[in-house]
Ligand binder design. Structure first.
Ligand code: AIR
Length: 423
């Protein structure tokens, strides 16, 4: 496989990204800063990355003709979601360098393969069982894993495709409700906290690890990351070591996030692996010398990795679509805070639980950053945001006159276990 440019790609060269969500948008912005041109493959003409890219190849992610267009236009291609078929990277990788490679994506996008990979490489993981058909769900031996979370093997993220299981009798109907698709049953563990380690690794095996955030989730969706995680040095060192072992075992090239659960006794287990920049790494945009997206560009373009350190501390808060229930929030209070860096993704449709943007509070210490975030919590909370007049469709026209569609809040959304989060 064509893995890596022999020498750095010159500015002006086209870099491609498969997927056009917010992660693709931030990749495009970082690539532009270094002088590259960017092509995005996404089926949605209004996807967040479309406005930040030089060219949108508007087609489904599984369209082989579109893969061919990307391979013809770009000098190297990366991804921004694991819902890209591994076959896309395999096909494009025959012609130009891709990162990550198709094998790493195939493992990280499929919970069954991911768990088996961790087990085979003796990396600590959550006890699990694979359910390939409904007969498996009736196996009495599964009682040993309960209480547990049933997760679809593919295509789940932000708490989607997950269900809590307390009694064995619930399992068959839950399996059926998940579409009779291959699943993993994961034991629900008592967690002290969650943390994530973001690693950038070049084709030559050089790596940089970012400061480690501690993450808090609500309803299966990341709500806050605080950096550096307030944990013992030895625990952070162990998390770094394990994340680098994951990257090495995958022979990974690109940016990778390894999410961990911290258990009582400060024991770490890998929750999951994301083969791309990660929401919990958004603080790197404002707080680190090099962001996770710039590292993604650097690896793809064959440039040296950047310095991943930060001074002081940061707290990142996600802005979900719920905050738009009365129309576009009034950002003036946030923008007047010196510690706050507001990022909005330009999504035309605000759905409950949908990631619309984030705010990073950057300060001289983690505590100061948290205090600044706390001070702003009132203005961030959806109840307290000022509500401009809505247009006749229930949406609100933004400054460009484009109506933003606001989908009503579904209060009946099921809660997801802390340990049963997104893929
Ligand atoms: N994403 C990818 N995996 C997990 C997440 N959150 C990002 C990618 C993807 C976007 O979320 O950038 O394209 C999809 O967001 P949405 O709101 O359209 O579901």
């Amino acid at each position: 496989m064509n893995k890596h440019p022999a020498c750095p790609l010159a500015p002006g060269t086209w870099l491609g990204v498969l997927g056009g969500g917010q992660l693709g948008r931030m990749f495009a912005m970082a690539a532009h800063r270094l002088g590259y041109r960017v092509a995005v493959l996404d089926p949605d003409p209004e996807c967040p990355a479309a406005g930040a890219a030089d060219r949108l190849v508007c087609a489904p992610l599984d369209d082989p003709q579109a893969w061919s267009v990307m391979a013809g236009l770009c000098a190297a291609v990366t991804i921004e979601t694991e819902n890209v078929p591994a076959a896309a990277l395999r096909a494009i990788g025959q012609r130009i360098p891709v990162s990550p490679d198709a094998d790493a994506l195939a493992i990280a996008q499929d919970r069954i393969r991911e768990k088996r990979f961790l087990a085979q490489n003796r990396l600590p993981h959550v006890p699990f069982a694979v359910l390939s058909d409904v007969a498996d769900s009736r196996d009495p031996a599964l009682a040993g894993l309960l209480p547990a979370i049933l997760k679809t093997s593919r295509f789940g993220y932000d708490g989607k495709g997950q269900q809590r299981i307390t009694h064995l009798e619930e399992l068959s109907s839950a399996y059926h409700a998940m579409g009779d698709l291959p699943c993993v049953l994961e034991q629900r563990l008592a967690l002290k906290c969650e943390l994530s380690v973001i690693v950038a690794r070049s084709a030559s095996g050089e790596s940089r690890v970012f400061p480690i955030p501690q993450n808090r989730h609500e309803n299966g969706i990341l709500s806050e990351s605080v950096v550096p995680a307030p944990l013992p040095r030895a625990t952070l060192a162990k998390a770094r070591e394990l994340a680098l072992s994951v990257a090495l075992a995958l022979d990974y090239c690109g940016v990778l996030c390894v999410e961990f659960f911290l258990l009582p006794g400060n024991r770490l287990v890998v929750n999951e692996i994301a083969p791309r920049p990660h929401n919990s790494g958004h603080f790197t945009l404002d707080a680190c010398n090099t962001s996770q997206f710039e590292q993604q560009v650097r690896v793809l373009a064959g440039l040296p990795l950047g310095d991943a350190t930060m001074q002081g501390g940061a707290a990142m808060i996600n802005l979900l679509g719920d905050a738009w229930h009365g129309g576009e929030p009034d950002w003036r209070a946030i923008l007047s805070q010196p510690e706050a860096r507001l990022h909005l993704y330009g999504k035309p449709e605000a759905r409950p639980g949908r990631k619309m943007g984030h705010i990073t509070f950057v300060a001289t210490s983690r505590e100061a950053a948290r205090r600044a975030a706390g001070r702003n919590a009132v203005s961030i909370s959806s109840d307290r945001l000022s509500v401009p007049a809505a247009d006749e469709h229930g949406g609100q026209a933004d400054a460009t006159g484009r109506a933003r569609k606001v989908i009503s809040h579904n209060t009946a959304a099921p809660a997801t276990a802390t340990s049963g989060r997104a893929k």
